[in-house]
Design a protein around this ligand. Structure first.
Ligand code: ADP
Length: 242
């Protein structure tokens, strides 16, 4: 298991001559949550794609002692790096518990998928509790509320033993109550993990973000507390001033 924080140096991603990420440095300490904001096209998704091995990049991305750049996407996942996308990727016709079992199953073998009433392993029980779905373990994932689907996806990362979680707009489309629950969930999972969250929702950021990094045109434009970045004239000009 890899422990430790995320340390990005000089990250650069070029698509056919277009520089989407242009020399980004970013440090996220273990146990911390970093929120990434920035206008559309700023490079947020591409940065996450580079960290998770989906796109080629240059520079350095270290998670703990391990250099991630140059490794393939599956190897990076096995090193404890997990991500969610804006649309939850679940097995809709299976239950919450079966989804978690499948996520956990890579290390356990196919029989976990056949479980009916046997004991729930500790890590799955922990995830069910953390994501607030312990009472819904036998509910079909496809019938969950939007927010619950997002939480289940986070739970799937937890049972995969992700130590670095990269989440793409986890509260988009959520009700106020779901946002509050998500903020609390993020705090819980970050206690002993490193978390990076792409999020636009300023109310949510004001409520839950300690440190925000603003990207613009592939570069870090500003970094600090929500109040600090909101007060930064550069940020007001390119982002909040819209
Ligand atoms: P954000 O997530 O901040 O909205 P993206 O990382 O999606 O921004 O995109 C950054 C820039 O890179 C955009 O200008 C986008 O059009 C471009 N881009 C993203 N992916 C590709 C790709 N596969 N090929 C070419 N250009 C891309």
């Amino acid at each position: 298991m890899t422990a430790g924080g995320l340390s990005i140096r000089g990250l650069r991603v070029v698509f056919d001559g277009f520089v989407a990420v242009d020399g980004v440095d970013l440090d996220v300490a273990p146990g911390d949550i970093r929120f990434l904001i920035g206008p559309n096209g700023a490079g947020k998704t591409t940065l996450v794609d580079a960290v998770t091995g989906l796109v080629k990049a240059s520079g350095s991305v270290r998670f703990g002692e391990t250099e991630l750049l140059g490794r393939d996407v599956h190897r990076i996942a096995r090193l404890g790096v997990g991500r969610t996308f804006q649309t939850a990727a679940l097995f809709e016709e299976l239950t919450v518990l079966q989804n978690l079992d499948i996520a956990a199953g890579a290390g356990r073998g196919p029989w976990t998928m056949l479980r009916t009433r046997r004991a729930v392993p500790d890590d799955v029980a922990f995830a069910l509790e953390a994501i607030g779905l312990a009472g819904r373990r036998d509910t079909l994932a496809g019938t969950l509320a939007h927010g619950q689907k997002q939480w289940l996806e986070i739970g799937m990362l937890l049972v995969q033993n992700a130590r670095l979680l990269l989440l793409d707009e986890p509260v988009a489309g959520m009700s106020h109550e779901e946002r509050e629950a998500t903020g609390e969930l993020l705090g819980k999972i970050a206690a002993d993990r490193t978390v990076v969250v792409i999020e636009h929702d300023m109310d949510f950021l004001r409520r839950f973000a300690r440190t925000v990094t603003v990207l613009h045109a592939g570069k870090v434009l500003s970094e600090g507390t929500v109040a600090q970045v909101q007060a930064d004239p550069k940020v007001q000009e390119v982002y909040l001033g819209h």
